[in-house]
Design a protein around this ligand. Structure first.
Ligand code: SAM
Length: 256
């Protein structure tokens, strides 16, 4: 049978390992204990990652850093761009649940979304974590403009495609859902290829941002250079390449 609609496999993902992970987990002798236990499901995914194939999931350092930020800020809704097999959705969704919130994970690959949905359900987080299939910008527009489920983005974790981080941030600026004093944007950035334009934007002053816009092609987007971000960049090592997390709080809006 030809597989005309399959996206191309990468050397490190989308080559069948993610479905193999599901078979591995559901065939485990301790499957009953895993049900409703997020930490045991995460441990099982970690075991697959160590014993069989590497999975591009959030690691312990970055995961711990973000869990601490969730515990401190207690978002009622947290959004994730790029869900993959659901590891970060289970880890962060479990913490969001502690504070009565919900978690929306946006994943464009329907096969990954299906794997993530099964693992989230196994972890007992089916009522808290929702996996939405689609491209980040399309689903964000739907949630904000069509269903109006989101009127303010309290916390968003960008972990999808680095060259889309700035476009998706500009979309949120345009839709006016980033609120000074309450919104925070977390971005996972690999040093190579990096997201230099995204980092430049979240570290620039409103005046510098106006200059950036003069030399940028923003297409149909309408970024808001007057939003003021306070960004902390934390570098660390991973099994793949050095990585960093940029935590950007929206602290103000300059009247220009
Ligand atoms: C690094 S993985 C996410 C890892 C996950 N956050 C974790 O830590 O467990 C990146 C995922 O983003 C998805 N992705 C890439 N571009 C996307 C887009 N435009 N919208 C939504 N998801 C996207 C990929 O299919 C892939 O599953």
């Amino acid at each position: 049978m030809s597989k005309k609609h399959f996206p191309a496999a990468l050397p490190w993902a989308f080559d069948g390992r993610e479905v193999d992970l599901l078979h591995y987990i559901f065939a485990r002798s301790d499957i009953k204990q895993l049900r409703g236990n997020p930490m045991m499901v995460l441990d099982a995914i970690d075991e697959y990652h160590q014993q069989f194939e590497k999975l591009m999931k959030v690691g312990p350092y970055k995961g711990g850093l973000i869990v601490d930020i969730i515990a401190e800020r207690k978002p009622s809704v947290m959004i994730e761009l790029g869900g993959y097999v659901g590891y970060s959705a289970i880890l962060f969704g479990d913490e969001v649940r502690e504070h009565g919130g919900k978690y929306i994970s946006i994943e464009k690959n329907p096969e990954m979304a299906a794997v993530a949905t099964q693992l989230v359900k196994l972890a007992g987080l089916g009522d808290i974590v929702r996996i939405e299939v689609g491209s980040s910008n399309e689903v964000l527009k739907e949630l904000i403009c069509e269903t109006k489920e989101i009127d303010q983005v309290q916390m968003i974790f960008m972990d999808h495609q680095q060259d889309l981080y700035l476009e998706d941030l500009w979309l949120l600026e345009q839709l006016d859902v980033l609120t000074p004093g309450s919104s925070v944007v977390l971005a996972d950035i690999m040093i190579i290829p990096g997201a230099p334009k995204y980092l430049e934007w979240v570290q620039a002053t409103p005046l510098q941002k106006k200059n950036i816009l003069q030399r940028s092609n923003v297409g149909p987007l309408a970024p808001n250079p007057n939003l003021v971000y306070s960004t902390v960049v934390t570098p660390f090592d991973t099994i793949f390449l050095p990585d960093l997390v940029a935590v950007s709080e929206i602290t103000g809006k300059r009247d220009m």
